[in-house]
Design a protein around this ligand. Structure first.
Ligand SMILES: [Fe+2]
Length: 517
């Protein structure tokens, strides 16, 4: 069999590759390559740009991963099409589509999970086969059980659009949901409105929500025209609306999930599986194995399509098989230019202990929206006010958004409270923080979006924690995404050093080389 390549052209566009000889998978999220968040390939770009981007993906795949331009087929997702003829980029005689949106989500998550059999929920703002689909996954493949009429993703986005501090800080409507989730910790659910919000996630009837709650919504006839203009709430009232939306979301979610058998493992995917508050509650409510992949959003669709075309014969770990540094071959030149010196993990741990803020870059990128150690900014959350220092010097984030901690998996129980510490490698849950010495990573609701680390999951972070633990009583560090302000997670040495020189970040480490300003 020859190699396979798969393209999803919708928002969070991505291209995945299967190297047949190595039996390995790789995935490029195009937003990282072009440095535009939520990038869509199939619109907003002329044909020349689409050719250029796909040619660039093939060049990277060939040079970095040894994937020859000789394919059995190129797969095109059914609702993430491309407007150009892909055979002009990828050498193949076959262009095909074998599955639709949520089936593809379900497949991506199932074959990344450790389970042989699972109930799979895929829910988001919609695809060409529904909004909230429930599947069974087993040795036979993926089978649709139910297609629930709803729009949890679109509904949650619209709830975010009601809040000034969310809408005004979002450059793109797809940024609304994540910000709303951060803000809702500051509010309390307004109980009398919760049932109306609960219903809203099923019918997404904006006018009806306004009528039932008697809240003064604007743009009532077309809230989708410009969601960033819908906001009407601010201050504490807005935080309470945010909390009410989250509460309604959770109750709506469990009203569906409670219908299913709870004996077999559960997988959550689709963009809504980025809601760490729901994920944590699922862990608390159901005593069953649970898996959320690192990339439940549309960034995993091309990969899921590959799995449906050719079923994997092993559990696929794609976590750190993303876009390589695009200028990696210039590393030596940069080392010379900056007189960069080699450092070990003990040196890095000491710099962190001294209060320094470091950008760390290792290997190929992590997949998914969260930095998981290969493109991360790291500092010591044991230092008082570290959140404010990080925000004022480097990140400039909204005040209400929390920063995430990471610690060794075997240490997690010392600092965090959770029914178990499985599947925490991707920041997909929000366990409670048990200690009061880590305010920089403790959200206002007492939770943290923890990433646990093992030697297998992230060797560099594990070694760093081993050294940091020798000089710190609390062996927890802070991890946030390494990007240039307003841009996606960065993908070049050039951008990493631009960030070093244009913020008050102290150092950048690339492949064990320490770069100073
Ligand atoms: Fe999706």
């Amino acid at each position: 069999m020859k190699n396979l390549v798969s393209i999803f052209g919708g928002h969070d566009a991505n291209v995945s590759f299967y190297h047949t000889d190595k039996n390995k998978y790789y995935s490029i999220e195009i937003e990282r390559l072009v440095q535009k968040r939520y990038f869509r390939l199939h619109v907003d770009n002329d044909a020349a740009s689409q050719f250029r981007i796909l040619n660039e993906c093939q060049k990277i795949a060939e040079e970095r991963w040894g994937i020859k331009n000789d394919y059995e087929a190129v797969l095109i997702c059914s609702d993430g099409f491309v407007e150009i003829d892909p055979t002009q980029v990828f050498n193949t005689e076959k262009v095909t589509t074998v599955a639709r949106h949520h089936q593809t989500h379900a497949s991506a998550a199932f074959y990344m999970s450790p389970f042989k059999e699972a109930l799979i929920v895929s829910y988001d703002g919609g695809g060409d086969d529904g909004h909230f689909n429930v599947y069974s996954g087993n040795s036979e493949g993926i089978t649709l059980l139910d297609d629930i009429t709803s729009d949890f993703g679109g509904g949650y986005l619209l709830c975010g659009s009601l809040v000034r501090e969310v809408a005004e800080k979002s450059r793109h409507q797809l940024a609304l949901a994540g910000k709303l989730m951060g803000l809702c910790g500051y509010g309390k659910p307004i109980e009398k409105h919760v049932p109306a919000f609960h219903e809203f996630f099923f019918d997404r009837d904006y006018r009806k929500l306004a009528f039932l709650t008697k809240l003064p919504f604007k743009n009532i006839d077309n809230p989708w025209k410009n969601p960033l203009d819908n906001w009407i709430f601010e201050g504490q009232e807005a935080y309470d609306i945010a909390a009410t939306a989250q509460e309604g979301f959770e109750r709506a979610f469990f009203s569906v999930l409670n219908r299913y058998d709870t004996d077999i493992p559960l997988i959550l995917t689709g963009g809504c599986a980025l809601n760490v508050l729901v994920n944590e509650k699922v862990k608390e409510v159901y005593n069953r194995p649970l898996y959320v992949p690192p990339n439940p959003h549309d960034g995993s669709l091309s990969l899921g399509h590959l799995f449906l075309y050719k079923k994997p014969d092993h559990q696929v770990d794609i976590t750190y098989a993303g876009l390589p540094l695009t200028d990696y071959d210039e590393l030596e030149t940069y080392i010379d230019k900056y007189s960069a010196t080699k450092v070990n993990k003990r040196d890095i741990a000491q710099l962190l202990k001294d209060g320094k803020i470091l950008g760390l870059v290792y290997g190929d990128s992590e997949v998914g929206p969260r930095a998981l150690g290969n493109r991360s900014i790291v500092c010591d959350p044991n230092i008082a006010d570290m959140k404010d220092i990080l925000n004022s010097k480097v990140k400039f984030r909204e005040w209400y958004r929390p920063f995430a901690p990471f610690c060794k998996k075997e240490d997690a129980h010392k600092y965090f409270d959770s029914p178990n510490f499985e599947n925490l490698e991707y920041m997909s849950y929000a366990p409670r923080v048990k200690v009061d010495t880590l305010p920089s990573i403790t959200h206002v609701d007492g939770t943290a979006r923890l990433q646990t680390v093992t030697e297998d999951s992230h060797k560099e972070f594990y070694e760093l924690l081993t050294e940091f633990g020798k000089i710190s009583d609390t062996n927890v560090l802070l991890n946030t995404s390494f990007n240039i302000r307003g841009y996606p997670i960065l993908s070049s040495i050039k951008d990493a050093l631009y960030a070093l020189n244009n913020t008050q970040m102290d150092y950048v480490v690339i492949d064990d080389y320490l770069f100073e300003k």
